[in-house]
Design a protein around this ligand. Sequence first.
Ligand code: C5P
Length: 398
Amino acid sequence: MNVLLAVSGGIAAYKSAELVRLLRKQGAAVRVVMTRSAMEFVRPLTFQALSGNPVHSELLDADEENAMGHITLARWADLMIIAPATANIIAKCSHGLTDDLLTTLYLAATCPVYIAPAMNQAMWNKAVTQENIQKLKSYGVTVIGPGQGDQACGETGFGRMSEPVEISQRLLGKPIAQCLQGLKVLISAGPTREPLDPVRYLTNRSSGKMGYALAGAALNAGAQVTLVSGPVQLAAPLNIEVIGVETAAQMYAAVISKAPEYDIYIGAAAVADYSPAAAQSEKIKKQAEQIALTLQKTRDILAEVAQLEHRPFTVGFAAETHNLEQYAQDKLARKNLDMIAANWVGRDLGGFESDQNALQVFWENGRSTLAMTDKNQLSAQLISLIAERLYEKRQLKT
Ligand code: C5P
């Protein structure tokens, strides 16, 4: 697969360097063209080193044209991605203007073209930009993003370029292979059962599908995986260590004893928040008209993992019926997590018992939206996002 990456002049140009790395890791050949203003943000040498090919920038440069003219370059490409695509480039492409190499290539390209817009939220929301985007869509261009969140200009809103991992998956349609090679991943999954007496218990609707799909995706990504699982009707993939538990207290004990040895902990279990204060040792008899149940708060496994001295990269889930983002952001901060994946529950689409789900993922100063798809695909995308953040965090530390 030959990918022509066109970089225009926005601060998000630095993210495109990571995009080159991800595309190449998946076996794509990458050639990069840059506008002059893109070169003010990132030096061509960075893209040359990462792509393994010279960077193209001039339309009328005899040397460059001899090496690979713009028509040859356009023919070479199996797909073209403009990332970041500034408001200016979007305007020029939508009107067919060709005053530099990037826009000329856009016009000359016969392959599928994708754009990943990146700009200030007011510029993105301006009617003329939206009109230009609609025009490009009507010409068959696929628009990826932009995402919502904090912007380099200090504002918040739509306009952030989509994450490289999301773009590369949209382009090549496959998860990043082996991104967790050599790492150990601990995942909790399923519901818990809190006994009331020897025959009755309190539980919830969790099927465990998301946690099991994540375990499979982490295994596919090369990790050594341990699953601490509540009672579910699912078979774990081969080569995954499964520790079966029933109660929140058992899950707590299993996870806390294991977590310090792991690189990543994903708390995908629907742990009971409250447990009967004292389970009866004999079956509760049907006598009184009303009986009261005293419940005791359980220990928050996720929050305690995040407090460990040798804590793994800690990822939580938030299943919400309302105020999704607010509650998710609150949990991210309050439980001191590295990342939180939030989804709606109690609605018609996706969630607890479904094979499908959609996730809004948040981390410090960032977010990504993973669209509704089956839980296996979604897990592969989430695992890639986790890997990306984990490596970024480790890089910042060294
Ligand atoms: O606070 P809340 O229960 O909504 O947070 C959900 C996240 O916390 C999930 O990742 C869940 O696995 C985790 N959790 C936990 N221990 C509890 C309750 C929730 O690890 N006792």
